[in-house]
Design a protein around this ligand. Structure first.
Ligand SMILES: [Zn+2]
Length: 304
C-alpha cells in the first residue's frame, strides 16, 4: 500500500493495471503474463481487466461453431472439468503461442482426453496456464486446428510432468487401498468400479459443498485432502469422496502467497495451495467411507 510519508519523487512505484492504485512494493502486485508489466493489486482487478477479452473469445467461439455447424456438439470427456484441467496443467500435449506486435501473448493448451480434444485459451505464467479466457472441448479436427494459434511451443519436461507422475502413483495407491477395504466380488454390496463413471457429476458438488473435508499427510509426506458428501441416488443413500493432492507449485498462487505473508495466517496458506483431484468414487458402505475420511478435519461436523 502507499505510504505517503516514505514516498517521494525519487522512489520508484508501481500501478495496478486495472484500478491504477499505486504501490511502492512490487511484491504487492500479481502477474498472470510472462514478460509483462501488467501487474494487478488483487484478483478482482485481474477479473475486471480481462473481462472484455473473455467476452471477445466467447463470441469468437460462438461464431466458429456456427460456421462449422457445431453449435450443439456434445463431447464426453468421461472425467470432471476439474480433473481435465488438472491433467492439462500437469501435462499438456500441445502448447501454442500467438504474439501480437506489442509482444502480448495468448496461449492455447491442448490435451487429448479419452479421444476428445480439451482446449484452454489463456495467458501463461511460469510455463503454466494462468488466466483462463476460454475452455472448450471438441471431437472435430477443424475445431482443434482453429486453436492451433501462432507458433507451436515445445512442451518442456518440467516440474509439472513430475506432478502428473505423482498423481498417477497416488491414484494407484488409493485404488489399492480401496480394493483392500471394499471386496469387489459377486457378493459385494458396494457400487462396482465400472459404474464409477455414472457418478462423475458428483465431483463438483462434493468439492464445492462438502459435508466434511479432511487433510492428512501420506507416507510420502504429501498433503492429501479428502472431500466427502452424502447424496441420494436412485432412492439410495451413498457417500461420494474426492481425494486431492495439495500442491503449491502453481505460479499465480505462489505470488499471492508472498503478498499474503504480510497478513500471514493458516487460511491464507490454504488458499495459496493448488488442489489436484486424484481419485473420486462413490460408496454405499459406511466402512469404506470411514476408512478414507482420515486425518485432520478441516471443515464440517464431527460425526460418529
Ligand atoms: Zn487494482
Amino acid at each position: 500500500m502507499t505510504n505517503i510519508e516514505q514516498n517521494n519523487f525519487k522512489s520508484p512505484f508501481y500501478t495496478c493495471f486495472s484500478c491504477r492504485s499505486i504501490h511502492t512494493n512490487l511484491q504487492d502486485l500479481l502477474f498472470v503474463e510472462e514478460n509483462s508489466a501488467k501487474g494487478f493489486c488483487k484478483e478482482e482487478c485481474i477479473e475486471d481487466f480481462y473481462r472484455p477479452l473473455l467476452k471477445h473469445y466467447e463470441k469468437l467461439e460462438e461464431t466458429l461453431r456456427i460456421n462449422f455447424h457445431l453449435e450443439d456438439e456434445t463431447v464426453l470427456l468421461g472425467i470432471s472439468e476439474e480433473e481435465a484441467m488438472a491433467r492439462l496443467i500437469a501435462a499438456p500435449d500441445e502448447i501454442w503461442r500467438l504474439t501480437n506486435d506489442l509482444s502480448e501473448e495468448i496461449y492455447s493448451y491442448i490435451k487429448v482426453i479419452n479421444r476428445a480434444f480439451y482446449i484452454v485459451l489463456c495467458t501463461s505464467y511460469k510455463n503454466e496456464p494462468s488466466y483462463i479466457f476460454l475452455t472448450t472441448k471438441t471431437n472435430e479436427q477443424k475445431m482443434l486446428d482453429a486453436f492451433r494459434i501462432g507458433e507451436k511451443v515445445s512442451v518442456e519436461v518440467s516440474v509439472s510432468r513430475d506432478l502428473e507422475e505423482v498423481i498417477e502413483r497416488k491414484k494407484s495407491e488409493i485404488l489399492a487401498r480401496l480394493l483392500e477395504v471394499s471386496v469387489f466380488d459377486e457378493f459385494s454390496e458396494d457400487i462396482p468400479m465400472d459404474q464409477y463413471i455414472l457418478y462423475h457429476d458428483l465431483v463438483g458438488p462434493t468439492m464445492e459443498d462438502a459435508d466434511e473435508i479432511y487433510e492428512y499427510k501420506d507416507k510420502h509426506g504429501d498433503l492429501l485432502v479428502t472431500y466427502t458428501k452424502s447424496f441420494k441416488r436412485n432412492e439410495e443413500a451413498i457417500f461420494y469422496l474426492v481425494i486431492c493432492l495439495k500442491d503449491d507449485s502453481l505460479s499465480l498462487k505462489n505470488l499471492s502467497n508472498e503478498i499474503d505473508s504480510m497478513t500471514s495466517d493458516d487460511e491464507q496458506l490454504q488458499n495459496s495451495m493448488t488442489i489436484f483431484p486424484i481419485f473420486s468414487f462413490p460408496t454405499r458402505l459406511g466402512s469404506v467411507y470411514k476408512e478414507f475420511k482420515q486425518g485432520k478435519l478441516l471443515s464440517g461436523h464431527l460425526s460418529n
